[in-house]
Design a protein around this ligand. Structure first.
Ligand code: SF4
Length: 351
């Protein structure tokens, strides 16, 4: 069963998908680059609507979202396919798969909040691959979730068209957006996409008032040039401000980059300190053991507010109104009575 897709127009006998800047042109029977959108019977259809191929319950810290309902769990789902072609993809078994080759959970949008509730999740995430390729489902499922008091989150590369973004993002409460590097050369050669649309998405989302955190997977020899990283930190400080958290995470050899070494912890720690030098207040490290890079400290009184051990929360002292208990400064993010003071960081699969 397919579902009618939005974001397309005809050019003669062919259809152009406008969900992302790739603008795939498809003759009858052809799929787009992401392989979940298809020209079928003279219209564009989605093969992914209501059929996630991966479903799990994660700690929200794993997304990573570290200033959004800390310590809670999140119902996470993704489909096969992707609109990027990252040669370092760490989820390539999903992103490079065809949906009809994978098992799927039949999950109508209106059933999403009940599943989240059953699993004790405070929110639902569209993650693992990129929700850009199935905006119709994200919009309907996020609406159903939020109507039932379950928050909705997107984890994305931000490579999306203006039209799809304008419809989909306001249905979400928070986003983690990958800023995969800071050169067009890197984006073009290693992700088969472009940098500028991603920067536009980041600025648009922050200005729109969405809660946004950024992630950069630091890959030795590809996007770890200190000058390039400094340019990235400067851009973040100047364009979206010092309160947007930045997660610098370690690469491990995967997919087409098997011959590249793991990111040395020193690289991330040095980058973390440099980013803080540009005024960024919340810079974290991921996939390494780094106590300093795992703690949220109050920017005013330096009180350690949230301490983490990998994806578990060891202590969360932020008050339910989002303020520091030491000096009453408002901490950027989304904190309320659902936030937990500790959590186990446990993950389990439903599919
Ligand atoms: S969403 Fe998929 S089909 Fe549409 S333009 Fe992007 S890659 Fe192509």
């Amino acid at each position: 069963m397919t579902h009618p897709a939005r974001y397309w127009h005809r050019e003669g006998e062919r259809i152009v998908c406008t969900a992302c800047p790739r603008l795939c042109t498809m003759s009858e029977g052809q799929h787009g680059f992401c392989y979940v959108r298809k020209h079928e019977d003279g219209r564009l259809v989605s093969l992914a609507y209501g059929k996630p191929n991966a479903v799990a319950v994660d700690p929200i810290e794993k997304k990573p979202l570290w200033h959004f309902l800390p310590g809670t769990t999140i119902l996470s789902m993704g489909t096969a396919g992707c609109n990027l072609g990252c040669r370092f993809c760490q989820n390539w078994d999903l992103s490079k798969a065809k949906s009809h080759h994978k098992r799927a959970l039949e999950l109508a949008p209106e059933d999403v909040p009940a599943l989240a509730r059953r699993e004790g999740a405070a929110s639902v995430a569209f993650t693992y691959n990129d929700p850009t390729i199935y905006p119709e489902y994200v919009i309907d499922a996020a609406r159903a979730a939020r109507a039932a008091g379950v928050a909705a989150v997107g984890v994305t590369a931000g490579y999306i068209s203006d039209a799809a973004r304008a419809d989909m993002y306001p249905e979400l409460d928070a986003l983690n957006i990958d800023l995969k590097g800071f050169s067009e050369r890197f984006y073009h050669k290693l992700t088969f996409s472009h940098l500028q649309p991603v920067l536009e998405t980041i600025e648009w989302s922050v200005k729109r008032g969405l809660w946004v955190e950024l992630t950069t997977l630091v890959i030795p020899g590809h996007n770890d040039d200190p000058e390039e990283l400094r340019a990235q930190f400067r851009w973040i400080a100047e364009h979206v401000g010092p309160d947007v958290p930045l997660h610098l995470t370690a690469f491990h050899p995967d997919y087409k980059l098997q011959d590249v070494e793991r990111t040395p912890p020193e690289t991330l720690i040095r980058a973390r300190d440099e980013a803080r030098g540009f005024g960024l207040r919340f810079v974290y490290t991921g996939n390494i053991w780094d106590r300093v890079g795992s703690v949220t400290a109050c920017p005013s009184c330096d009180l350690p507010l949230i301490e983490r051990r990998w994806h578990a929360v060891a202590a969360n002292r932020v008050k339910a109104d989002g303020t520091c208990p030491g000096c009453a400064r408002q901490i950027p993010g989304v904190f309320d009575a659902r936030s937990q003071s500790t959590s186990g960081g446990r993950r389990y699969h439903l599919l």
